[in-house]
Write a protein that binds this ligand. Sequence first.
Ligand code: ADP
Length: 160
Amino acid sequence: MKKVAVFPGSFDPITIGHEAIVRRALNLFDEIVIAVGANALKKSFYALETREEMIKKVFQNEQRIKIDHYEGLTVDYCNIIGARFILRGLRTSADFEFERAIAQVNKVMAPDIETVFLLTVPEHSHINSTIVRDIIKNGGDASIFVPVAIDLKNYKIEEE
Ligand code: ADP
């Protein structure tokens, strides 16, 4: 059976930390679906379509990576598309505590689905989308934190 993993997240915007986790996970899975969580109630910095567009640009030459979005529970989405793995990245012990609770609850709700964690490389442990947004909001250059394929000038901001 094809090993399909879902990499869920906000990706607002995608960073080099996300990109590295996905590229490393290609050695573990046959297919990775990068699934942008759509939350109708929460205003994002980049619109959902913009976030998906950026991710598509980064992985445009990678046949085994698909990009999608979903609403609701990640385990429900996994069941709908037939994915048996959830991929998450870990940076810090705070990430671990947060992720542990989610993964354990997911395991109760969907016993067949395994959450797989990859520990970030040290160079990426300080990088997150919030910092990237703050730099952009304040007119700084965030390009070193986003994948090389992305030119931030080309993407419209939804909310300042
Ligand atoms: P969420 O809102 O679900 O936390 P994010 O887009 O912030 O979504 O992150 C998606 C996943 O990528 C999470 O598992 C997160 O821990 C991981 N991640 C984020 N930044 C990094 C990084 N710099 N290195 C490794 N993993 C990361």
